[in-house]
Design a protein around this ligand. Structure first.
Ligand SMILES: Nc1nc2c([nH]c(=O)n2[C@H]2C[C@H](O)[C@@H](COP(=O)(O)OP(=O)(O)OP(=O)(O)O)O2)c(=O)[nH]1
Ligand SMILES: [Mg+2]
Length: 343
C-alpha cells in the first residue's frame, strides 16, 4: 500500500522524478471506431495498445506535437479537436502527463509508419485491449458518465424528491448514488423502488450507499463510504455489479483499487456547505492522489456541471455532486437536513 506521504503534492519522492508531457489522439472513423496502435517490440511497454501520439518536444505546443506525432507515426494530417482529459500518472522513473485530445478531422489513410500494428476498435471493446495504466481513466472518460449524482435526503414528502430526481435524469445524469440518511427502512425501500424505475427508464446506473444486502437484493451497484471501504477484506459484491467508494487519501485509494472498485469519489475538492468549516483539498492535491492509481475518479465537493472540463484537465472522470446535479426548481433544492447529513 502507498504511504500517504508519497501522495502529498510537493512530497520529495514524486517531485524528484522528471516530468514527461505526452500527447495522444482519439481518432474516430465514420463508424464510431477508435484507432489504437500497438507499441512495437523492443520499445518501452512493447505489445501494449495505445492512443497514437508521443512526447511534446521543447518549444512545441501540445497541439503542434500531436500533429507532428500523427504525421510521423500514421502518415496522416490532422485537425485537433476538443481536449478529452489529462491524466497525471506516476511511474517508478517519472511523472507522466498523458494529455488526450479528440482528432476532429484527418487527411490520408492511417498506416503503421513505424512498423506498429493498428486496430480500429468499437468503443465498447476498448476494455479488451491491454493498455498502459494511465489509459484506464481515458477509456473510462470515453465510455462512462462524466457526472455522478449523490442524492440528498428527502423532505417530508416523497414527491418533491422524486420530481428532482426526474429533473436530474432529464438534465442528463446517468449515474446515481442512492444515499438517504435519516430515513427509515420502509421509506428507503419505497424510494429505491421508485428511483430504480426512473433510472431504468433512461438507462441510468444506480448504486446504493453503504448497504451491500440492499444492493444485492435490488440488483444494483454498491457505494462504500470510506469507513466501510477500510473494513472490507474482499469485494463485497460480485464482479459485474458496480462498486464505488469514497476516498480521502492515498491509502483509501489504494484499497479501492485493490478491491476492484469501478470508480471512486475523491474530495472535497472545494469547500462545500455539506462539510461546514472544512477547506477543500484543491486540484493540486487531487492530482497528487490521482497519479498513484488508475481507477476512474470523480471529483466531489462544491462542484457542478460547469466544472467537468476543469475536472478532466486534472485527471478526473468528471464531477460528483449533491447540489450541483440535483434537479432544478424549488422542489429540487435539498433542504438543510440533507445538507447537514451529506457525508
Ligand atoms: N502515445 C501514447 N503514449 C502513452 C499512452 N499511454 C501511456 O502510458 N503512454 C506512455 C508510453 C510512453 O512512456 C509515453 C509515450 O512515449 P513514446 O515512446 O510513445 O514517445 P514518442 O512517440 O515521442 O517516441 P520516442 O521518439 O520518444 O521513442 O507515454 C498512450 O495512450 N499513447
Ligand atoms: Mg509514440
Amino acid at each position: 500500500m502507498i504511504p500517504p506521504s508519497t501522495a502529498d503534492a510537493g512530497g520529495d519522492v514524486p517531485q524528484s522524478r522528471p516530468s514527461v508531457h505526452v500527447v495522444a489522439g482519439v481518432i474516430t472513423d465514420a463508424r464510431g471506431r477508435i484507432l489504437l496502435a500497438r507499441r512495437a517490440p523492443g520499445r518501452e511497454l512493447a505489445g501494449l495498445w495505445e492512443f497514437p501520439g508521443g512526447k511534446v518536444d521543447p518549444g512545441e505546443t501540445p497541439d503542434g506535437a500531436l500533429v507532428r506525432e500523427l504525421r510521423e507515426e500514421l502518415g496522416i494530417e490532422v485537425d485537433i479537436g476538443a481536449p478529452l482529459m489529462v491524466v497525471p500518472h506516476l511511474t517508478p522513473s517519472r511523472r507522466l502527463h498523458l494529455d488526450v485530445r479528440h482528432v476532429r478531422a484527418w487527411r490520408g489513410t492511417p498506416k503503421g509508419c513505424e512498423g506498429q500494428a493498428l486496430a480500429w476498435v468499437q468503443p465498447g471493446r476498448l476494455a479488451r485491449y491491454d493498455m498502459p495504466a494511465p489509459d484506464r481513466p481515458v477509456v473510462a472518460a470515453l465510455m462512462q458518465p462524466d457526472r455522478c449524482l449523490v442524492t440528498p435526503s428527502p423532505g417530508e414528502d416523497d414527491g418533491p424528491w422524486l420530481d428532482a430526481l426526474a429533473g436530474a435524469l432529464a438534465a442528463g445524469v446517468r449515474r446515481v448514488q442512492f444515499r438517504l440518511h435519516g430515513v427509515d427502512d420502509h421509506r428507503r425501500r419505497r424510494l429505491l423502488a421508485a428511483a430504480l424505475q426512473s433510472c431504468g427508464a433512461v438507462g441510468a446506473q444506480l448504486l446504493v450507499n453503504g448497504d451491500a444486502a440492499l444492493a444485492q437484493e435490488a440488483g444494483v451497484g454498491l457505494h462504500l463510504p470510506a469507513a466501510q471501504l477500510r473494513g472490507c477484506g474482499s469485494r463485497p459484491v460480485p464482479a459485474g455489479q458496480l462498486l464505488s467508494a469514497s476516498c480521502h487519501d492515498a491509502d483509501e485509494l489504494a484499497l479501492a483499487e485493490a478491491l476492484g472498485c469501478d470508480f471512486a469519489l475523491v474530495g472535497p475538492v472545494q469547500a462545500t456547505p455539506s462539510h461546514p468549516g472544512q477547506p477543500g483539498i484543491g486540484w493540486a492535491r487531487f492530482e497528487a492522489l490521482r497519479e498513484h492509481v488508475s481507477l476512474p475518479l470523480y471529483a466531489i465537493g462544491g462542484l457542478g456541471v460547469d466544472d467537468i472540463a476543469t475536472a478532466r484537465s486534472h485527471g478526473a472522470q468528471g464531477v460528483a455532486a449533491i447540489r450541483g446535479l440535483w434537479g432544478d426548481g424549488p422542489a429540487g433544492q435539498p433542504g438543510a437536513a440533507a445538507a447537514a447529513s451529506a457525508r
